[in-house]
Ligand binder design. Structure first.
Ligand SMILES: CC/C=C\C/C=C\C/C=C\C/C=C\C/C=C\C/C=C/C=C/C(=O)SCCNC(=O)CCNC(=O)[C@H](O)C(C)(C)COP(=O)(O)OP(=O)(O)OC[C@H]1O[C@@H](n2cnc3c(N)ncnc32)[C@H](O)[C@@H]1OP(=O)(O)O
Ligand code: FAD
Length: 672
């Protein structure tokens, strides 16, 4: 098709899809956003941030060189942060830090990531979580006003997971009332911190605290690293970019080292522990791990981050699948839309359902987090271990599932999904990093497993356990859970699977120890099963939360919304029952006949959801500026947009590239 004849009308197939949709889209948008108020607030924020057109690039970001891309990202970060500071935070307050609306809107500005993301994502939350009130009064207004720009430097070249193994030291000098920061080895260089390489002028540094000759473990410090006028690194500070990455290339991930670099005593973040002027160390916090609080906060927010990104990918892939026609299964019939292939529905509808499951679970986890925070403000840390266990496994599973399904969405778009202009590769490269950062997948599942084994031991000892593991009590009675395929029955069976796996782990650890090995070695020998048990536990939590919450949230909805939401949630449960049929056969009373019936129901559900598929992704309500996809725009002008974007490539700036004259011509003329 010639570009000058391109139509601007909505693609006919998409129009027909929208006519087929039988439910009220807006009601589903409200559910996905967490309520009508939230939708209205989001739309208002998007209007403020996007209607000026400030987010638009003349040349696609991906066509720029590395330095130009960074420069452009800084330029737009300044615009976006001005909008956030002057207008958005006015509406949302600091609640926005735990609300995906800021990140969702930021996607219109950055195809990759803002170098300021960690400023709001971790620097500000750490000030709130780790500073005394007096310190907050000093640092928070400056950070929110963007007078200082910060990063969070915990990970080092040698250690990310094992925080207790960090090597950077902060040694207190009572003579000058300063801490001396030092990086004793190459492996002690801070590495990875977002925004650190070239952008930040301040940084939270996690270092081993030494005072009066004693090490008190890792603590956070606020460290000025660059001159506020010249932006030159201070003497004693070495800082730079870690090099090109799979994604995140505009996030400015940096390295940092110190050579006996001094900061005032007051720059230690002292909410949980203090060093007095004379060097006396005073522990304030009631719980050992409260200095890990920012990580728990970010893990909680990442669940909804996973949901939003998956919803974006699903929107792109479903709309494209309604526009794309391919093959001819019946002779003489027109080529079908690819969304009519059941295999395509199998790839995509689980993505829609998972986005809802994670969004709803993320909302529930956020409420739980706020409750635990309120308890802790009152001095009660009893629910922290459960929150840590929950946030660890939900972060691990949500980011891992989301990354896998985003990649599935890319596969579902065939060759065009491989184009950066589809945005799917960029969404994937962002989300796949979330499986690693803020705690690696396996490491976090093992943290949850630790909690589960302890809970099992408590149940065995006849003690009560916290709500999310109360299902273990039933399992301890050894009563067999009889399979039934109602939603509640499937969930109970998932819980039975998790309980049996957890009890088997506890028994395995004991069995290994009987051979004379220590607990730690017995634990290591059981870790493959422990990860699997923690995964099963987490899936049962997601399934139960999704089902309970969707039932509650749709109670006052119109009938067709109730029906389609129930279809999606049922699809989710059955999908995982089929995926984990081995576990169910091993640990429940399910039979081959039951599984065959489930498979049939699953396929029936695909067909039932099919007419509403485009409506379901429309309900995620992503503006085109946020989707930034040639394949997923609302109007479905897929081929026109692919052509328009292709023509923006610098490689199309003329019919003959300079390399022809420099290299190819001499080669073909035998002169090279
Ligand atoms: C203009 C702006 C433009 C755009 C911006 C728009 C919006 C921004 C807003 C939001 C952005 C949203 C998201 C972005 C955020 C971040 C993005 C990317 C950056 C990523 C950053 C990072 O990765 S920072 C580094 C993170 N690092 C880690 O996560 C390390 C992982 N390791 C650990 O957590 C721990 O070391 C460990 C848990 C693995 C082990 O710790 P250890 O001390 O060794 O403890 P153990 O011996 O294993 O356990 C002892 C007991 O302690 C319990 N425990 C452990 N951790 C915790 C905890 N966190 N809380 C409570 N309890 C804990 C553990 O269970 C043990 O308990 P027992 O009872 O069993 O003894
Ligand atoms: C894009 C990106 C942005 C980041 N941003 C920041 C930032 O802003 N600030 C910051 O401080 N850090 C940041 N990080 C670092 C990040 O937090 C760490 O990379 C992450 O915590 C994993 O640690 P690691 O790299 O040391 O991996 P490792 O711990 O070395 O993991 C390597 C492998 O070993 C396995 N493993 C490790 N320990 C165990 C164990 N105990 N049991 C079983 N298996 C184990 C893991 O499962 C993994 O497969 C970022 C990382 C990325 C990729």
């Amino acid at each position: 098709m010639s570009t000058d004849k391109m139509s601007v009308k909505v693609n006919v197939d998409l129009q027909k899809e929208r006519q087929k949709c039988n439910f009220n889209i807006q009601e589903v948008t409200f559910i996905f956003d967490g309520g009508k108020e939230q939708t209205l607030q989001r739309k208002k924020i998007e209007d403020i941030a996007l209607n000026s057109g400030a987010s638009i690039d003349s040349i696609p970001e991906e066509c720029l060189g590395l330095k130009e891309r960074y420069d452009n990202a800084v330029r737009k970060s300044c615009i976006y942060s001005r909008i956030v500071k002057n207008e958005i935070l006015e509406i949302t307050g600091l609640e926005a830090l735990g609300n995906p609306v800021l990140r969702r809107t930021a996607d219109a500005f950055f195809k990759e990531i803002s170098p300021f993301m960690l400023h709001l994502g971790m620097f500000v939350p750490t000030i709130i979580g780790q500073c005394t009130e007096e310190q907050q009064a000093k640092w928070l207004p400056r950070a929110l006003e963007m007078q200082i720009i910060g990063a969070y430097a915990q990970t080092e070249l040698g250690h990310g997971t094992f925080i207790r193994g960090l090597e950077t030291t902060a040694t207190y000098d009572p003579e000058t009332e300063e801490f001396v920061l030092h990086s004793p080895t190459l492996t002690s260089y801070k590495w990875w911190a977002g925004g650190l390489g070239n952008t930040a002028n301040h940084c939270i540094v996690v270092a081993q605290l030494y005072t009066k000759g004693q090490c008190h473990g890792t603590h956070p410090f606020i460290v000025p690293i660059r001159d506020m006028e010249t932006h030159e690194p201070f003497p004693g500070v070495k800082v730079g970019d870690v090099g090109v990455r799979m994604g995140f290339n505009t996030a400015d991930n940096g390295f940092l080292s110190f050579n006996h670099y001094r900061i005032p005593r007051e720059n230690m973040m002292m909410k949980n522990a203090k060093v007095l002027k004379d060097g006396t160390y005073v522990k304030v916090a009631r719980h050992e791990k409260l200095t890990y609080g920012t990580m728990v906060f970010v893990r909680v927010t990442l669940v909804k981050e996973a949901a939003i990104n998956l919803a974006k990918a699903a929107t792109i892939a479903v709309r494209y699948s309604a526009v794309r026609r391919q093959s001819q299964p019946k002779p003489d019939a027109p080529e079908p839309q690819i969304i009519d292939y059941p295999t395509q529905q199998h790839k995509l509808f689980i993505c829609i359902a998972t986005a809802h499951a994670l969004q709803i679970t993320g909302d529930w986890l956020w409420r739980t987090f706020k409750d635990v925070l309120a308890d802790m403000r009152g001095g009660n840390t009893d629910s922290l271990p459960e929150l840590h266990a929950l946030s660890s496994c939900l972060k691990a599973i949500s980011t891992s599932d989301s990354a896998a399904y985003i990649e599935q969405c890319r596969f579902a778009c065939g060759g065009h999904g491989y184009m950066l202009s589809s945005n799917l590769p960029l969404i994937y490269s962002f989300v796949t990093a979330t499986r690693t950062y803020e705690g690696d997948y396996t490491v976090l599942l093992l943290q949850t497993a630790r909690f589960l084994v302890k809970a099992w031991e408590q149940v065995e000892a006849g003690k009560s356990v916290t709500p999310t593991v109360s299902y273990l009590t039933l399992a301890a009675t050894k009563e067999k859970v009889l399979w039934n395929d109602f939603a509640e029955g499937i969930i109970r069976s998932f819980q039975a699977v998790a309980a049996r796996k957890i009890s088997a782990c506890a028994e395995t650890i004991k069995r290994h120890m009987k051979t004379g090995i220590c607990y730690e070695d017995a634990w290591q020998l059981t870790t493959v099963r422990l990860v699997s048990a923690a995964e099963s536990h987490c899936r049962s939590v997601i399934c139960q939360t999704y089902w309970n919450e969707i039932t509650r949230l749709t109670a006052s909805c119109s009938t067709n919304v109730k029906i389609v939401m129930e279809q999606l949630a049922t699809l989710y449960l059955i999908y995982w029952a089929l995926e984990r049929s081995g576990d169910l056969l091993r640990y429940s009373t399910i039979s081959e006949k039951d599984l065959n019936r489930l498979q049939e129901r699953y396929e029936e559900l695909l067909a039932l959801i099919r007419p509403n598929a485009v409506g379901l992704v429309d309900a995620f309500d992503f503006r085109d500026e946020i989707l930034r996809s040639t394949l997923g725009a609302y109007d479905g002008r897929v081929y026109e947009r692919l052509m328009e974007e292709a023509l923006k490539s610098p490689l199309n700036d003329g019919p003959v590239q300079a390399s022809f004259h420099k290299y190819i011509k001499p080669l073909t003329k035998g002169k090279l």
